[in-house]
Write a protein that binds this ligand. Structure first.
Ligand code: GLC
Length: 683
């Protein structure tokens, strides 16, 4: 059951799609204190209570012991002391003797102190105008299922976007992209998409293409299409202020930009220098900005990523001037411990400042709202602008869309990537731990920058990361300009990379089916072990293994030079070890704790008892999903009794997910898998 409590006069955020009647009285799970400025919920936690959720945040699967602040932040250093990343995902479950879910629908800053200040106390501080939902349920999956029903169906990406994708800030021109495609395809490495980072634009202007770098863009898109490679351009939130640039001129003419205190278009600076922010919280401006994507779609583009939409601000004109004046006044001074560090702070604090976020305004269809009060809605609405436009422009086909910043509800319009991580082993673990929390919030199309965005990756880190990335719906290698080139073909043991990426294509029938089931049935694709083994106290403490779909458990290696790892099996499972699609061994293992050796070039995963999964039959020449044969599968199974599997297939592009022939149930018995856990011969 879902109960809704309303405090003050909340802003309509668009997070939920169900109309739940307002509940009078107090929510029984938490004590509510109303102050002039805030709604404070608190509760004592029992020793074994676990806090799950909160989406894109640092630290573990169990969020206890730290504070998390929903305050969309452009921060490229995702270390454990950080309280905010790019998204604001105010949904959590407190799991213990009784379980309940809680969603704070407040687009401003919300603090979840999950036992940082007082180890046994959960305290949530929201703004005085908010809606809070409590969800009852004994079963964790059921609570998530109800929440997902409340917030609506998850975005579904085109099937090609489940293939392997390559990105780098710094692919400048056509030839750079061609080199990347050749580097993969000539080496037999599948590649589905190449990303176009800000380098493709003319002076970092949205909806422009630099004609020197891409002289005939539609022809180039077509050339890539012939090889089944998709080009995915980035779109940034800020619109460059430049005379005669049509997007700027139209925005000014129609009052589509956010306003400052005096009612002028608010000036901030990002990549191109000074920009205005489209007021995507205004329905007309949103429609206008969304329609701009058409210009690229008309040239053959079918996927985008929305960036810098917290929105990131390098500086505002006003504060830059103040800072400059102060710095100039320090010229010639003997800078001591205080003044020198103050000087550094002046520059550091110029970016993404709370003062700037409090100094501009949205016109929410007639209501003037201070940005700071709705800060967490910007990325959501930029992506909604695109999503709504896609429905108008190409109603019958899927277009790839994912965003950096997000709020609950954005999952209906696109996925997210987890932003600017680093080429550190700890970030691989973080990425594993973020996935189930994102899935709880309906964000299913997601993944991290494989190999790490900042810093120089190493061959072993990239390979281990890919061995996890095989399972993330978004499987994209992306790196920052100036870092070591990290396309897989740059490394010594190319075979290893080829084999691992090919395994992703082998697993695609399963990954795609499980994704579709999770999206269409409001389920989680990645789950912590405790969600499926609620009675198992040991499963509750596992922080580095995940269930993937209905049949698999994974236990990725995330430590450098580790030759294997400890794994907990919550039931008897089949361990599958693969170093290539045609190099596989299987072993039944009983419930319990193990140290399992896993060589650098090996993928190990576990099939649950009485479960199976379909594998695509891969010819040598599979380079994209277009080469996958969909008519027959090999089945891998651990069946001691019987098993059923619901396989979903479709054309990968249209939006009709209902037809019966796309959903097939296969039944199996123990005898089917007598031969090395594999069944070759059913169509
Ligand atoms: C931001 C994005 C990153 C991108 C860069 C340049 O840092 O998060 O992915 O490469 O901007 O556009």
């Amino acid at each position: 059951m879902i109960r809704r409590f309303v405090f003050g006069q909340p802003i309509e955020t668009g997070a939920v799609v169900q109309d739940i009647p307002v509940c009078a009285g107090e929510p029984e799970y938490m004590t509510v204190t109303e102050t002039e400025e805030a709604i404070i919920l608190s509760r004592t936690m029992a020793e074994d209570d676990i806090v799950y959720g909160l989406g894109e945040q640092v630290r573990g699967i169990n969020k206890r012991g730290f504070s998390y602040i929903s305050n969309a932040s452009d921060d490229p250093v995702h270390t454990e002391e950080k309280h905010s990343l790019y998204g604001a995902h105010n949904f959590m479950i407190l799991a213990g003797d009784s379980n309940f879910g809680l969603f704070v629908d407040d687009p401003g800053k919300v603090v979840f102190d999950a036992g940082e200040t007082q180890i046994d106390t959960l305290t949530i501080t929201a703004g005085k105008n908010c809606v809070i939902y409590f969800i009852d349920g004994d079963d964790l999956k059921e609570i998530v299922h109800q929440f997902r029903g409340l917030i609506g169906r998850s975005y579904i990406a085109p099937k090609w976007a489940f293939g392997y994708q390559q990105s780098r800030w710094g692919y400048e021109c056509e030839d750079d992209v061609r080199r990347v495609v050749r580097g993969h395809h000539d080496n037999g490495i599948p590649l589905e998409a190449v990303y176009m980072d800000i380098d493709y634009m003319e002076d970092f202007k949205d909806f422009t293409i630099d004609g020197d770098k891409f002289p005939d863009f539609p022809a180039f898109v077509e050339e890539m299409k012939q090889q089944h490679v998709h080009l995915v351009p980035i779109i940034d939130a800020g619109v460059k202020i430049e005379k005669d640039y049509p997007v700027y001129e139209e925005g000014v003419r129609n009052d589509y930009f956010c306003k400052d205190e005096e009612g002028n278009d608010f000036v901030a600076a990002v990549w191109p220098g000074r920009v205005h922010f489209p007021d995507v919280l205004n329905s007309e401006a949103r429609k206008w900005f969304g329609n701009k994507y058409q210009w690229l779609i008309d040239q053959g583009i079918d996927g985008f990523w929305n960036d810098m939409n917290e929105p990131a601000i390098f500086y505002s004109d006003k504060r830059l001037k103040e800072a400059m004046d102060e710095i100039i006044s320090m010229k010639g001074m003997n800078l001591d411990i205080h003044s020198f560090f103050h000087l550094k702070d002046i520059v550091r604090e110029l970016s993404n400042s709370a003062e700037d976020y409090a100094s501009f305004y949205h016109d929410m269809d007639g209501v003037r709202v201070r940005h700071a009060d709705v800060h967490n809605l910007y990325g959501y609405n930029m992506t909604k602008a695109a999503g709504e436009a896609f429905d108008r422009i190409a109603p019958d086909r899927r277009i790839l869309m994912f965003s950096r910043s997000s709020y609950i509800g954005m999952h209906r319009y696109g996925g997210i990537w987890t932003g600017d991580n680093n080429a550190w082993w700890s970030q691989l673990l973080l990425s594993i731990q973020q996935m189930p929390a994102l899935n709880m919030c309906g964000i299913l199309y997601t993944g991290s920058d494989i190999g790490g965005f900042g810093g120089d990756t190493t061959e072993d880190l990239l390979l281990r990361w890919l061995e996890f990335g095989i399972f993330t719906p978004l499987m994209r290698n992306h790196a920052a300009i100036g870092t070591r080139e990290q396309e897989v073909y740059q490394f010594t043991h190319l075979d290893n990379f080829r084999n691992i990426i090919r395994i992703r294509y082998g697993l695609l029938p399963y990954i795609y089916s499980e994704y579709m089931k999770a999206a269409l049935k409001d389920e989680m694709y990645f789950r912590p072990l405790a969600f499926d083994y609620p009675q198992d106290k040991q499963a509750a403490g596992v922080e580095d293994q995940l269930l993937v779909g209905e049949s698999l458990m994974i236990a990725p290696v995330y430590k450098q030079n580790a030759k294997g790892r400890y794994v907990y099996l919550p039931e008897d499972m089949l361990m599958v070890r693969m170093s290539a699609m045609d190099n596989r061994s299987c072993e039944v293992m009983e419930k319990g704790h193990y140290y399992i050796e896993i060589a650098l070039n090996e993928l190990v995963f576990f099939v649950r008892k009485n479960h199976v999964l379909p594998l695509a039959r891969l010819g040598d020449s599979v380079l994209t999903t277009a080469d996958l044969e969909e008519s027959s599968y090999e089945w891998l199974g651990y069946v001691t009794d019987q098993a059923e599997y619901e396989l979903y297939t479709d054309d990968g592009i249209s939006k009709d997910y209902i037809p019966e022939e796309q959903w097939k149930i296969y039944s199996f018995t123990a005898e089917d898998f007598a031969d090395n856990f594999s069944l070759q011969n059913i169509d």
